[in-house]
Design a protein around this ligand. Structure first.
Ligand SMILES: NC(=O)c1ccc[n+]([C@@H]2O[C@H](COP(=O)([O-])OP(=O)(O)OC[C@H]3O[C@@H](n4cnc5c(N)ncnc54)[C@H](OP(=O)(O)O)[C@@H]3O)[C@@H](O)[C@H]2O)c1
Length: 336
């Protein structure tokens, strides 16, 4: 199997590296310094799966035109704000790749890929919570995983041989992954989960660079804010006919919050989660929070705005999310 990753930063390099270890022939398209370091010394992955130096089955380059030959799959892994530019620069891959998928956190990515390649049948659905960030050129850290860390499925609700084949290599690479007939639901629930955590984190924590996600949940008003955001997001998610499943358990708490009618009880649950995470020494920040800390534009338009749009379509009120979105957009206006 041959895989090309378009936009290998944190996540794309972590996944690409593990798949190379599983025997997939991987080409990473990434920034020049990262490509040079990988081609010279291999890709170093540290973090929760130990130390890996990947120097077989992996090559890196800075443009799509330099990626050689034909590929079974292309995995899109740039931040959403860079999708348009990255795809525009990758036209030479359209006829050299059989199947396109994206691991980005948004629900427009499959449509964007279909529009770009001109053939919706070449696009399949994908979702992951696996976490990775770029430490330095040639070095990434794998900081997050859960019991089932990725899902693949055809957008028409079927499981095809190409879905099964990619699921098999993800599992072989140590990334627990499932083929599913309900990928659209996984995509919406993942967006609900990530929108909940990101909206909460950026609207409460960015004023103090020492704070991480757990700090927010240790304060009652923080937990109340988290639950208020969750309630609105869940109203949009469930109004589409979906029931929360906690696909990314144990990190996801959507199912519990949905099941608890009483707001106080839901707040206590989140305070409890904060305490549990603190006891385990968890010190994570969400990707959108990281973007703000690093002075980078956020993915707010792709992660939060879809809920505001969908709520308007469905006649639902989402005042907390709307206020947070406005606050984040003010920050965003001054980020690069
Ligand atoms: N990281 C996670 O833990 C995680 C987990 C699940 C989902 N996701 C989603 O996955 C996507 C990627 O996240 P990430 O954290 O991996 O982002 P990232 O670390 O910023 O990686 C994207 C990389 O692509 C590079 N890039 C941008 N345009 C390019 C181009 N035209 N050609 C070559 N390289 C290009 C970026 O370089 P510059 O920075 O120099 O622009 C960056 O190094 C996002 O949608 C995110 O929400 C991330």
């Amino acid at each position: 199997m041959r895989l090309v990753v378009l936009g290998a930063g944190g996540l794309g390099s972590v996944i690409g590296g593990y798949l190379a270890e599983a025997g997939v022939d991987v080409t990473l398209i990434c920034r020049q310094a990262h490509a040079d370091a990988i081609n010279e010394n291999g890709l170093s992955i540290s973090g929760l799966r130990g130390e890996h130096l990947v120097n077989k089955n992996i090559t890196a380059c800075a443009t799509a035109d330099e990626a050689e030959g034909h590929f079974d799959y292309m995995m899109l892994a740039v931040k959403s704000k860079d999708t348009h530019t990255a795809l525009a620069g990758a036209a030479s891959l359209i006829d050299r790749v059989d199947t396109f998928f994206s691991v980005q956190n948004n629900i427009v990515k499959e449509g964007q890929l279909a529009d770009w390649c001109g053939d919706a049948s070449k696009v399949m659905g994908a979702s992951t919570i696996e976490g990775g960030y770029l430490v330095a050129p040639g070095e990434v850290n794998n900081h997050m995983t859960v019991d089932c860390t990725a899902y693949f499925g055809e957008l028409d609700g079927t499981i095809s041989p190409r879905v099964e084949a990619i699921v098999e290599v993800f599992n072989k690479g140590g990334l627990p992954t499932k083929a599913v007939t309900y990928i659209q639901q996984v995509l919406w629930e993942k967006l609900t989960q990530i929108a909940n955590a990101s909206t909460f984190a950026v609207s409460t924590l960015v004023g103090n660079t020492e704070l991480d996600f757990v700090h927010g949940l240790l304060v009652r008003e923080g937990a109340e804010h988290y639950v208020a955001i969750a309630r609105e997001l869940l109203s949009v998610y469930t109004a589409q006919g979906y029931e929360p499943q906690n696909f990314y358990a144990p990190i996801s708490r959507l199912k519990q919050i949905y099941a608890i009618q009483d707001d106080n009880e839901a707040v206590e649950t989140m305070l409890g989660m904060g305490k549990q995470l603190q006891d385990r020494g968890y010190k994570g920040t969400t990707s959108m929070h990281d973007d703000v800390l690093r002075g980078r534009k956020t993915e707010a338009d792709d992660i939060i705005k879809p809920f505001i749009k969908k709520a308007a379509e469905l006649g639902l009120e989402v005042p907390t999310i709307t206020a947070c979105y406005r606050i984040i957009k003010v920050l965003d206006a001054y980020l690069k």
